[in-house]
Design a protein around this ligand. Structure first.
Ligand code: MN
Length: 402
């Protein structure tokens, strides 16, 4: 069969009633089928549509979104319009695959990765757990800057990748000396990752006002955390091996252009941030997340509660002149709301392990081998139709022999 013959077969796509993947969403991902070379696609309803074939544009015959993202904001808007129009018409049959027949890959070639700490509820809960003697659970810097650390870009893995229980040093209160072994306090952090589409040269900060032109989209993110390793290693330079063994990213990047109806004001910022962080109306996103532990929803973190905005986080991480690059990912930090069942990490949900939870008839504090965690979310989209973000799924497998 020639490509000319193939291109003549077309189909019309319909979106199931109530789908979170209608024309108002159109997330970007990377797929392969039967071992083919990975290529860029979108999701409509329960099918995956190859964008190079749909739009006859070879920029999408690529194993990551990076080449497309590097083309910039105006191009992103043009493609989104073209995509919507193309999907409403006759679609080449060869471009369409059932979702359950494809393999989804990490959508972004991750450049640098930074993880923030933007939830006041999360930061305050950890303060109460770790520094109970302090009258203020927040550290003195918390309301003046979005706290963050540089994580490990190379160990961001796509949803569905098993997570091997990490081994490392820990020193519990009853240990005379540090011991080495598999983590006994393995946790999750339900977060949102922001993908930077276009960067800046060295010594050229991104302002809060310009940030949205650099932000391509968002993806669900699980910053797996070994609390025992973290507690022993983090003073004074911050998280390292307790975090860097794996972070799970959803296969779909929902473009910022799909999230205009989801923008909401951040909580009131008091004291007023310094001028480089100030915005007339700092905006967050009205995402409702759900965290499932072995199939049972144990928490529903609300992104709208996040104190620092994505634009403020991007402005902060470049204000010193650090350049940004296409494919940079920065994550929000654990998303926790004020209620117990809206906490996005198990260390908070079980209060440091002191208040176990029931999961599928079993008692849990931290993750056991074989446990699986799935993070999902939805947000308001255009025309009153909600949009979905796929999932960030991972299962814990036993530590390797060391
Ligand atoms: Mn984190």
């Amino acid at each position: 069969m020639t490509s000319a013959t193939l291109s003549r077969a077309t189909t019309r796509l319909t979106v199931p009633e109530g789908s979170l993947y209608g024309l108002g969403n159109l997330p970007y991902g990377v797929y392969s089928v039967d071992g083919s070379e990975p290529r860029v696609a979108t999701r409509l309803g329960d099918v995956v549509v190859d964008l190079a074939l749909l739009l006859e544009d070879d920029i999408f015959a690529s194993p990551s979104l990076n080449a497309f993202m590097a083309q910039g904001h105006e191009r992103w808007a043009d493609v989104r319009s073209s995509l919507r129009a193309a999907l409403e018409g006759e679609v080449p049959a060869t471009a369409v695959h059932q979702l359950d027949e494809v393999r989804l890959h990490l959508p972004v070639e991750v450049a640098d990765y930074v993880d923030f700490y933007a939830s006041e509820h999360h930061a305050a809960n950890l303060g109460r757990l770790f520094r109970p003697q302090n009258p203020d659970p927040l550290t003195p810097n918390w309301k003046h800057l979005p706290i963050g650390y540089h994580g490990r870009a190379g160990t961001i893995v796509v949803s569905g990748t098993d997570v091997v229980r990490p081994s490392g040093q820990r020193k519990g209160p009853d240990d005379a000396t540090p011991v080495f072994g598999p983590s006994t306090r393995l946790d999750i952090e339900a977060e949102l990752a922001f993908v930077v589409g276009t960067g800046t040269p060295l010594s050229t900060p991104i302002t809060v006002e310009d940030a949205e032109r650099h932000l391509f989209g968002v993806a669900l993110f699980n910053d797996w955390s070994a609390r025992d390793l973290q507690a022993w290693e983090y003073v004074p330079l911050g998280p390292h091996l307790g975090k860097s063994f794996a972070s799970t990213m959803a296969p779909w990047v929902v473009p910022m252009l799909a999230l205009q109806e989801a923008k909401v004001p951040t909580p009131r910022q008091e004291p007023a941030p310094l001028p480089y962080l100030a915005a007339a109306e700092p905006w967050g996103l009205d995402l409702d997340l759900a965290v499932s532990w072995n199939g049972e929803v144990v928490s529903r973190p609300p992104y709208r509660e996040m104190y620092w905005s994505p634009a403020q986080m991007l402005a902060h991480q470049t204000v010193n002149g650090a350049s940004a690059r296409t494919g940079d990912v920065f994550a929000s930090g654990t998303i926790s709301g004020p209620a117990k069942d809206s906490r996005g990490a198990f260390i908070e949900l079980t209060w440091g392990g002191a208040e176990p939870v029931q999961v599928g008839g079993e008692v849990r504090t931290f993750l056991e081998d074989g446990d699986e965690v799935v993070i999902t979310a939805s947000a308001p989209g255009a025309d009153g139709v909600r949009i979905g973000f796929g999932e960030a799924r991972g299962r814990i497998v036993p530590a390797r022999q060391t």
